[in-house]
Design a binder for this molecule. Structure first.
Ligand code: G3P
Ligand code: CA
Length: 289
């Protein structure tokens, strides 16, 4: 790296594999996460939903419909296909399908180590992958779980699962939510547990400014901000840094020739991390920066 690093800690911006290597392989799958690690991601990002029997699974939507073949196998429950209406055992019978313009469940030169890489993984299975890949690569693969529901049970399970797996605040872990109240609640709960994972409040620049950067800094370590939101840019990042808050931008999803310029622009602004669907492109630009 040759350009000045204007990140809060002066280190290179983090490359967070948004939903896995989701530009290449089905999102929120062990195959997709492993490819992101192979590409060099610093963190893998599982969004989390709760099953009917209270298990955390990696999935963006509240519904199973968009990303799985649930409609082929099951009737609707209470009029829909929500994760919360299906047990983990049922969800484990589903296959995650390519979405968002993806054509296939393969990537040239990559063989997933899991025999069944395109099922809906539990949070524990994502952690197991991060741990095994950390051992294999000799670098800690970070975890960036998102509480998709403002649900005390979800807060408790995220924390207890991390603690049961031996994670501490000094490890590469960020917990994120669009709900500031959820982040506040996790902050209080983890203090009681004696752990201090880094916490991130998500939102548009306006939503974050309405909450107040100084206020957020009382209970969080950073903000995750939409890079297309009005008011997000270098000044916003500098204001957040003045409040000791890191800024991670979502979502870097360009694949065309302008992708590199987009990364370089935001790295130049001093962004502390990027949620990217294309880990390899984010890293290539970081190397060039
Ligand atoms: O968590 C950051 C980013 O992933 C937020 O957007 O909808 O992809 O979870 P979403
Ligand atoms: Ca997310």
């Amino acid at each position: 790296a040759q350009a000045a690093l204007n990140t809060l800690d002066g280190k290179a911006p983090l490359v967070i594999a948004h939903r896995g290597a989701s530009g290449y392989l089905p999102e929120h799958t062990l195959g997709g996460y492993e490819l992101a690690v192979k590409m060099g991601a610093d963190y893998i990002e599982p969004d989390l939903q709760l099953t009917k029997d209270g298990q955390l699974v990696a999935m963006h939507d509240t519904s199973l419909l968009r990303t799985t073949n649930v409609a082929d196998l099951y009737a609707k429950r209470n009029g829909g296909y929500n994760v919360s209406e299906f047990t983990l055992a049922e969800i484990k019978t589903l296959t995650v399908k390519p979405t968002g313009g993806l054509a296939a469940t393969s990537y040239q030169g990559f063989t997933p180590s899991s025999a069944d890489p395109y099922r809906v993984p539990t949070f524990q299975e994502v952690i197991d992958l991060a741990k095994s890949q950390s051992a294999l690569t000799g670098r800690q693969i970070g975890l960036y779980p998102e509480a998709k529901q403002a649900d005390p049970l979800m807060e408790d399970l995220i924390l207890s699962t991390l603690v049961a797996n031996g994670y501490k605040g000094s490890d590469k872990v960020f917990i994120q939510s669009f709900s500031a109240d959820t982040v506040k609640s996790i902050h209080a709960k983890q203090q009681a547990l004696g752990v201090d994972f880094q916490l991130v409040v998500l939102g548009s620049a306006n939503a974050i400014n309405n909450l107040g950067l100084a206020n957020i800094a009382q209970y969080a370590d950073g903000v995750g901000v939409s890079i297309t939101s009005s008011g997000m840019g270098q000044s916003f990042i500098e204001a957040a840094h003045a409040n000791q808050l890191k800024v991670h931008g979502y979502t870097f999803s360009k694949f065309d020739d302008t992708a590199k310029d987009q990364y370089l622009q935001w790295y130049g602004y001093g962004i502390d991390g990027v949620f990217s669907n294309y880990t390899d492109k984010a890293l290539a630009a970081r190397t060039e920066f």
